[in-house]
Design a protein around this ligand. Structure first.
Ligand code: CO
Length: 460
């Protein structure tokens, strides 16, 4: 049995390279070729695609999913979301998570990959239960990071807990692209020894080491790797599908993809990529190796956010100081992995600590909530002195954060009964309230105008 490949160009590929701007028409135009190529799955939905459809493209994300499903008859469709956060930026009640899993599967998803920024699996429990209830495959991704507490033993224990929770497979999600080849080998050997779960590796080429890391992972027994068809690979995205298909041809790892279908997909995606290179959404910088990722252990997206925050405040001279402050904030906060939303939170706190000239003089609301335990359990002890300085004697919750939330789906449905036309609409409103209201108001008005026009034609 060869290594299996999950094709990422239609989700992480354009999300990493040009801000998730591929339109549904572009996505669907290449779906048939990808469906014919023999992938284990196509990652096509979730992540930032949902927000981007509503916010930038004036498109219904659910409609995109249905369109892809119509074309892809053979291959499993995969999506990604952040456990109890789903695709938004707060914790949702269990009934919303349940409905989201139900509707994702009904509209065409086969494999749901979920992760939690803190690796607190209590935040994944509902997503696991619901995905299985509606007949989907649920994969839990562990957020990979490096710190004194993120040892092999830590990950092995986490993998055992993930298996016990009922996941069907396990992914190592190296969102920053900091996993090195030898570390991947050791980690995957240890995980294979201690769980029966199929193991998938997801990383990014940003630091220039990803292909080597995948190769060592495969030698250690990694079952599935995430790659993108060449125009949407490398740089800040995943390694090239064709490269791995060629490297392992005729070996025991041969992924046995259909070259003809891949070539067709490549020429279609090249045209799409050229469009985004031309209009500047794909910056040539995203395509070159960035060694700072390994130096600072900070994801590429976070680096570009910091540069923006600092230059907005005319404080680019503080860039090095902020980069040095990030590991300190991370340590104070109990070493959270730097993935959404923690990457933004830790980054903003580091900026405030440096710019105000006094550590924790200013604290964002999200960090305050985090210190109250509302994001879940930190991987290590939070600095007690700093915590007390910020939240005083406030009580810190230790239960699963969503246990404190009452059901909210029905009340949202009632609130938006004049706007939403389906449960899918209600979910869009739950996740991105303001942009979804704008989108649906425009859509409903447009439909009304079309109806009037039709009516006039008939009676005219
Ligand atoms: Co990724």
């Amino acid at each position: 049995m060869g290594v299996k490949i999950v094709e990422t160009s239609l989700r992480d590929g354009h999300q990493s390279l040009f801000a998730t701007r591929m339109t549904t028409e572009e996505v669907v135009s290449v779906a048939k070729e990808l469906d014919d190529a023999g992938f284990h799955a196509l990652e096509v939905w979730g992540g930032a695609t949902f927000d981007s459809c509503l916010r930038f493209l004036n498109e219904d994300p659910w409609e995109r999913l249905r369109e892809i499903r119509k074309v892809c008859k053979k291959t499993k469709l995969q999506m990604l979301f952040r456990g109890q956060n789903i695709l938004g930026y707060r914790h949702y009640s269990d009934d919303v998570v349940d409905m989201f899993c139900k509707k994702s599967i009904e509209n065409g998803i086969d494999i749901i990959r979920v992760f939690d920024a803190l690796n607190d699996i209590r935040n994944l429990k509902q997503a696991v239960l619901s995905t299985k209830k509606y007949g989907g495959h649920v994969q839990i991704a562990l957020s990979y990071t490096t710190s004194p507490v993120h040892t092999i033993e830590y990950y092995v224990q986490l993998a055992k807990d993930i298996e016990e929770l009922g996941a069907d497979s396990l992914c190592i999600k190296d969102m920053a692209g900091v996993l090195l080849p030898e570390d991947a080998y050791t980690l995957i050997k240890a995980l294979k020894k201690n769980t029966k779960l199929p193991i998938e590796l997801h990383s990014h080429c940003t630091a220039g080491v990803c292909e080597m890391t995948y190769a060592k992972a495969i030698e250690a027994g990694c079952d599935i790797i995430d790659c993108g068809v060449s125009p949407l690979s490398n740089g800040t995205a995943q390694p090239s599908t064709q490269a791995f298909n060629s490297c392992y041809k005729g070996t025991k790892y041969d992924p046995k993809l259909n070259i003809e279908a891949l070539n067709k997909a490549e020429s279609l995606l090249t045209k799409i990529k050229d469009k985004y290179l031309g209009n500047g959404l794909l910056n040539a910088k995203s395509l070159s190796v960035n060694p700072n990722i390994l130096k600072y252990q900070v994801p590429g997206g976070m680096l570009s956010n910091l540069i923006k925050q600092l230059s907005d405040q005319n404080a680019m001279d503080k860039f090095e100081d902020v980069l040095k402050e990030i590991p300190n904030v991370r340590k104070d906060m109990g070493y959270p992995p730097l993935v959404t939303p923690l990457s933004q939170m830790v980054g903003t706190q580091a900026v405030l600590n440096v710019i105000s000239g006094q550590r924790y003089k200013m604290v964002p609301k999200e960090i305050n909530e985090y210190l109250h335990g509302r994001y879940g359990q930190a991987p290590a002890e939070i600095n007690e002195e700093i915590k007390r300085k910020i939240i005083g004697d406030d009580e810190v919750i230790t239960c699963r954060p969503a246990d404190l939330l009452s059901p909210e789906f029905e009340s949202l449905k009632e609130k938006y009964k004049d706007l939403a036309r389906s449960d899918e609409d209600v979910l869009s409103l739950a996740l991105f309230e303001k942009v979804a209201v704008d989108f649906m108001t425009k859509r409903n008005n447009q439909n009304k105008a079309e109806e009037v026009e039709e009516f006039n034609l008939i009676i005219g």
